[in-house]
Design a protein around this ligand. Structure first.
Ligand SMILES: Cc1cc2nc3c(=O)[nH]c(=O)nc-3n(C[C@H](O)[C@H](O)[C@H](O)COP(=O)(O)OP(=O)(O)OC[C@H]3O[C@@H](n4cnc5c(N)ncnc54)[C@H](O)[C@@H]3O)c2cc1C
Length: 223
């Protein structure tokens, strides 16, 4: 089993934005992520009829505490400064925070007890992959067991053992990649910064690579 403390917390809230015309698609389905040197900052669309976003702003605890206790006006000004001047904040909902870490469980199966989703692995939200991975855990578990299997102890043990093995590669790739992104993007080393920028540019200007990466993120490794 493995536990990593990233020394980062996520401040979450719901915000309504005023957005510069032309910045968003018509249906308002674009999500934004900025990699700041303290941690990622993401705005994820919640509604398609107005510019309401779920805000996830990751940073060390002291900064998060400041942002939890400052006034709405101060918070809006700092968010705008970090995110860019093409948005302004119309409304900020209640602010909450969560500690961020990685938690990996080697053994998913104990008798008839099976861990999936957050019970199997907890990820940093930098890549937004926790729910996807948990859904793939659930899907694979459904494939592995059926009522006839559950009724027979021996068959069930074999099926769950197969399930556990079948999840290793996909879980490991996503957890490692997420861990790499947290460490690589929250780092002040200029050499690493240049490499990071090159990797992002490569993605930006190579659509097939971007598509493959998105498919890996959405569907995981083929099982
Ligand atoms: C700030 C943040 C942003 C995120 N953003 C994304 C994202 O953009 N995309 C993405 O894919 N993932 C994201 N995630 C991860 C995502 O939230 C999790 O992967 C997902 O919630 C896991 O679902 P789950 O059902 O496995 O566990 P949980 O959501 O943790 O649900 C477990 C539930 O079980 C309940 N429970 C616990 N113990 C007991 C008990 N003994 N008895 C009864 N009930 C119990 C809990 O109260 C909870 O309601 C984010 C996570 C965080 C913290």
């Amino acid at each position: 089993d493995q536990v990593v403390d990233y020394d980062q917390w996520a401040l979450v809230s719901e915000v309504v934005l005023n957005v510069e015309p032309g910045l968003l698609d018509e249906k308002n389905t674009l999500a934004f992520e900025r990699f700041t040197s303290d941690g990622p900052l993401a705005l994820l669309p919640i509604s398609t009829d107005q510019h309401t976003y779920s805000l996830v702003w990751c940073a060390p605890l002291a900064q998060v505490q400041k942002r939890l206790t400052c006034t709405d006006a101060e918070f809006a000004a700092e968010l705008r400064q970090q995110f860019g001047r093409r948005i302004s904040i119309q409304h900020i909902g209640p602010r909450k925070s969560f500690p961020l870490g990685m938690n990996w469980r080697d053994k998913l199966v104990q008798g008839r007890r099976v861990a999936i989703g957050n019970a199997a692995q907890i990820l940093h939200p930098v890549a937004g992959q926790g729910l996807n991975l948990g859904l793939r855990d659930a899907m694979q578990l459904c494939r592995a067991v059926d009522p006839a299997t559950v009724a027979q102890e021996h068959r069930l043990a074999l099926a769950l053992n197969e399930f556990e093995k079948s999840r290793v590669a996909d879980r490991r790739v996503v957890v490692k990649m997420t861990d790499w992104m947290v460490k690589g993007f929250s780092n002040h080393n200029p050499l690493l910064g240049a490499g990071r920028q090159m990797a992002l540019n490569l993605m930006e200007f190579t659509p097939p690579l971007r598509r493959q990466f998105a498919e890996l993120m959405l569907f995981g490794l083929a099982v």
